[in-house]
Write a protein that binds this ligand. Sequence first.
Ligand code: NAI
Length: 476
Amino acid sequence: MDFKVADLSLAAFGRKEIQLAEHEMPGLMATRREYAGTRPLAGARIMGSLHMTIQTAVLIETLVELGADVRWVSCNIFSTQDHAAAAVVVGPDGTPDDPKGVPVFAWKGETLEEYWWCTEQALQWPDGGGPNMILDDGGDATLLVHKGAEYEAAGAVPTASADDPEEWKIILDTLRRSIAERPGRWTEIAKGIKGVTEETTTGVHRLYEMHKNGRLLFPAINVNDSVTKSKFDNKYGCRHSVIDGLNRATDVLIGGKVAVVCGYGDVGKGCADALRGQGARVIVTEIDPICALQAAMDGFQVTTLDEVVGIADIFVTATGNFNIITAEHMAKMKHQAIVSNIGHFDNEIDMAGLARVEGIKRNNIKPQVDEWVFPDGHSIIVLAEGRLMNLGCATGHPSFVMSNSFTNQVIAQIELFTKTADYPVGVYTLPKHLDEKVARLHLDALGVKLTELTKEQAEYIGVDVQGPYKPDHYRY
Ligand code: NAI
């Protein structure tokens, strides 16, 4: 088996945590039981690009139990939990000397070159073929396949311009080398893919954009916009893991501090709630009047970053947008202000601009925590080099919430793989009855007793006793 992880001897520890997580992931375990006899993913070759954590290990092993042949990478250079990666490679029945699990190419602290190399490896099966399904988080695997096929069709990989971000140059180099090694490979891979299921807001934006421009090559299911994903993982998951990231990175007391949350979408709502729960005075920035009004009515001050940049102690960006905190902002911050991002990509904070400030010095405190000292002597503390801090500095979302997200992922994989003809190229969400099913699978574990509609009540409100209970446009 080909794979590359940090240390296979961590597998036993990883396995113990996977076993604990299984109990906390009732949706995934129920899905395993439901499909034990039919193995609907037999024949699926799934390439996954999603944070290689303990929770993801339970997802991977669920896909395998349902019959899939899987290869995996992390979708961020800092988010891999090395014991989880080791346990997945070793598998439940293997040993570090005789691994019998799933090929994983991921370790905590990859370089960007290594990151794209890993993505390329996971898209290439030892028999020379590619995947027929992608499970993506943020869209990097989908991007590599699309760009590869596009440049093969054009006959050349373009040269990056001096203004392009460093990472784009690396992507182009990766494609140039891989096409030189085997011309036509990306076109072939793209042709073989039945579909992709996308985990996060940012990846979903990319998919709709590609579809709008007529560039999407295979159908996609937008898992993020299942209610049981974005209204749970993005919100309650971040409510948990934003504090975890801050604590593990800095252990600074949050109570009494001024915290700024940029963006009051699902992620921002969870972060603002959590910071307030710790006793911080939370200030929100927004560009959308609806979300701004929501934040105000939830009791938060809403203003611009420029207004408060000099008084806040903690900054968290959660916009999915870029250049939210600029180098000029950071220069104006208080001494030892903490600057962090929980959005998917690292361009919410202008790290390149910060590094270019004349006379600035970077003082590494520990992995994923840097103090940046300005020439005037004051400094700021940047978490995870501007990458998502909850996975870079802590262990991301806990199992129970990820069980909701990942049950949607498994259902979406089964949908696209087994009902390919029903999904022409386009971007789809799962039907509401499946969303409700995912929620239902998580009720018992929390001791929830659901009220059942009577037939008359169901008729009165115009729904079926078995659901769906809400129209598609309902917003929760
Ligand atoms: P969302 O679209 O619900 O919320 C983003 C909010 O930011 C919107 O309300 C938007 O109006 C606002 N915004 C955009 N530009 C802004 C600006 N310049 N200043 C202030 N506000 C601005 O998206 P969601 O679901 O909250 O996701 C946000 C990001 O977090 C995405 O990149 C997503 O992929 C990522 N994500 C990260 C997770 C993690 O564990 N770290 C988990 C889930 C999502």
